[in-house]
Design a binder for this molecule. Structure first.
Ligand code: SF4
Length: 87
């Protein structure tokens, strides 16, 4: 319960709420590599200014999120962070 309330607190301050949400997850119809790279750069630019970047990344790492940009990191970048943390 307490954890849930904390999550709701930081998510309220997320810069990716609203119209920019489409940058953070791939479209259902798929995308070319160049489209993915452009989309991810747009998402990362939003994350770079986001006041809750650290708790967002912690949240994604703790839950092993496998999709989307969280805390300014792609899925692959989060996998590398998690692997490095276990070494
Ligand atoms: S760090 Fe990025 S993904 Fe996380 S809440 Fe902020 S804008 Fe959204």
């Amino acid at each position: 319960m307490a954890t849930s309330m904390i999550e709701q607190t930081w998510q309220r301050d997320a810069d990716c709420r609203g119209a920019q949400r489409e940058y953070f997850f791939p479209p259902a119809a798929g995308e070319r590599r160049d489209q993915r790279e452009r989309r991810e750069q747009r998402a990362k630019a939003v994350c770079a200014e986001c006041p809750v970047r650290a708790p967002c990344l912690d949240y994604a790492l703790a839950r092993n999120e496998t999709h989307g940009i969280w805390g300014g990191r792609t899925e692959l970048e989060r996998q590398r962070l998690a692997a490095a943390a276990t070494r």
